[in-house]
Design a protein around this ligand. Structure first.
Ligand SMILES: [Zn+2]
Ligand SMILES: [Zn+2]
Length: 232
């Protein structure tokens, strides 16, 4: 309820007041940042198209050549550090939905720059019902909203469900992450053949990998992962 009020109130103040940069209070653009702060966001300069990790030469990274992840492509343009990390923390843990826009913007630019065929739908990575009650919103869904709107893609927030509470992946050693999310998700509706999972941050890819696995078992042919940030 509080969140809905904030959202409604946010749209009224957006309309009445000029936008200010979330980082320095200078006049801001549609991404809620001024051009200088926007240009200074930490970006991954060159990334593997399969896992979104930084690479030095263009193309698929050696790790993906050896053992590709269960998803088919990944985009995660910002490095999870500095201002990007600050914006994401405010957006995810402090109810500041306005801080999602500067995270969605670079992702949108990456999708357009890549120029590949667009997916048939966007699927936000679900949070467990208990966490949704505590937080009041799913940050992945809030991030996916402007992407779906601008790209003209259907947003399917009810296709996937998190059926088990999992520990935050960030708190776990890499080896424990796949086991933490194994069996954590259910597919509730038959997915389209080509989808993009949307999430805030791509860490080891264990969550995205598990979701890609269950989506493919449910008949999906191509699963992409679109995240605002890449933990490197
Ligand atoms: Zn600024
Ligand atoms: Zn890779």
């Amino acid at each position: 309820m509080r969140m809905e009020w904030n959202r409604a109130f946010g749209s009224i103040t957006d309309w009445l007041l000029p936008r200010r940069c979330l980082l320095c209070d200078a006049p801001a653009g549609g991404d809620n940042l001024c051009p200088a702060c926007s240009a200074e966001l930490p970006r991954v300069p060159l990334a593997c198209p399969h896992c979104a990790l930084p690479v030095v030469t263009p193309g698929v990274c050696p790790a993906c050549l050896r053992q590709p992840p269960p998803f088919d492509a990944a985009l995660a343009p910002l490095e999870y550090s500095g201002a990007a990390r600050y914006l994401l923390t405010q957006f995810k843990f402090h109810g500041r939905l306005s801080h999602g826009m500067p995270l969605a913007w670079p992702l949108l630019a990456s999708v357009r720059e890549r120029g590949d065929r667009l997916p048939e739908a966007l699927l936000p990575v679900p949070v467990h019902a208990r966490r949704l009650r505590e937080r009041g919103y799913n940050q992945a869904l809030e991030l996916a909203r402007p992407l779906a709107r601008v790209l003209g893609l259907p947003l399917l927030p009810h296709s996937l469900r998190r059926i088990r509470v999992t520990s935050p992946q960030m708190n776990l050693p890499e080896a424990a992450r796949a086991a933490n999310v194994r069996g954590a998700f259910a597919v509730l509706q038959p997915p389209p053949a080509h989808v993009a999972l949307v999430d805030d941050v791509l860490t080891t890819g264990a969550t995205a990998g598990e979701l890609a696995r269950v989506l493919k078992a449910a008949g999906c042919a191509r699963v992409e992962v679109w995240c605002a940030c890449r933990a490197v």
